[in-house]
Design a protein around this ligand. Structure first.
Ligand SMILES: C[S@@+](CC[C@H](N)C(=O)[O-])C[C@H]1O[C@@H](n2cnc3c(N)ncnc32)[C@H](O)[C@@H]1O
Length: 256
């Protein structure tokens, strides 16, 4: 079981009442993009787009013409069916320059970057597919020393409800002290950071309430083990946000 698998993302969509797998759902997108002038022709790339809800929201609100990519072909097939006005392509964030060169004016990621096994390579690939002067927006988890950043583990739990410290899934939240330098090394200049940790606290408490509220629907559709797994995963994450080892932020950078 993994929350980033196709059934995991389906369950999150059910709980969140929309095809989103990031904290704050539409509120988070609005907070992040509110200062961006509308331009429906802007060429936009959503990396790790999942079920496509964010890509379609961005398109519908006039922020650009969106292409969504994700490594998970099964999830993308549902996204394409749900949102025919968005272009989707199966691609690994570590190899996107095989598909495009110097194309996009805005590249954004909502809680996908933490899952990339080679983040520096992904930043370089984004640089290759961005136009000169393009904008990069990364909305993601943050973590300092003592957080799962050190162990490379995702704070998920097994179906027995026990914390699994070394999961197979990559989990590297952005380190606020190191990330600006990582951006710079890949040819991006950091322009602005907004901390969303207080919002994360509220969003994850609310998400845990909604998981409990949807217990019967999750169990009926996916079985009791999936309910236990989802519940334990997000209770762990809520705890990590409450004790301050995990936070959230958005980083805006420009292609040099
Ligand atoms: C937590 S979900 C977020 C989905 C979407 N951005 C949203 O907010 O609803 C993370 C997504 O990143 C995708 N992903 C993980 N590793 C990837 C990679 N190397 N290349 C492209 N996508 C990847 C996963 O398949 C998953 O759909």
């Amino acid at each position: 079981m993994r929350m980033n698998s196709a059934p995991g993302k389906e369950i999150l969509a059910l709980i969140r009442e929309g095809n989103y797998a990031h904290p704050g759902e539409e509120e988070a997108i609005d907070l992040t993009f509110s200062s961006l002038p509308n331009n429906p022709l802007r060429l936009v790339l959503d990396i790790g787009c999942g079920r496509g809800g964010t890509a379609d929201y961005v398109r519908r609100h006039g922020w650009g013409s969106v292409t969504g990519i994700d490594i998970d072909a099964e999830t993308l097939a549902s996204a394409q069916e749900l949102y025919p006005e968005v272009t989707f392509a199966v691609a690994d964030a570590g190899r996107i320059s095989e598909l495009w060169r110097s194309r996009f004016e805005l590249i954004y990621l909502f809680n996908a970057f933490y899952a990339f096994p080679d983040q520096q390579q992904a930043l370089k690939e984004m640089h290759s597919v961005a136009q000169p002067g393009a904008t990069l927006m990364i909305f993601d988890y943050t973590g300092r020393d003592g957080s799962p950043h050190d162990t490379g583990s995702w704070p998920e739990s097994g179906s027995d409800g026990k914390y699994t410290p070394f999961s197979h899934q990559s989990w590297t939240p952005l380190h606020p002290d190191h990330f600006p330098e990582e951006l710079h090394r890949a040819g991006w200049e950091l322009e602005q950071t907004i901390d969303f940790s207080t919002h994360y606290l509220h969003w994850y408490r609310h998400l845990c309430e909604r998981i409990r509220f949807n217990r019967e629907r999750i169990t009926a559709g996916y079985g009791e083990d999936w309910y236990k797994y989802t519940s334990a995963t997000y209770e762990n994450l809520r705890e990590a946000v409450e004790n301050g080892s995990i936070g959230g932020a958005v980083y805006w950078a420009r292609r040099a």
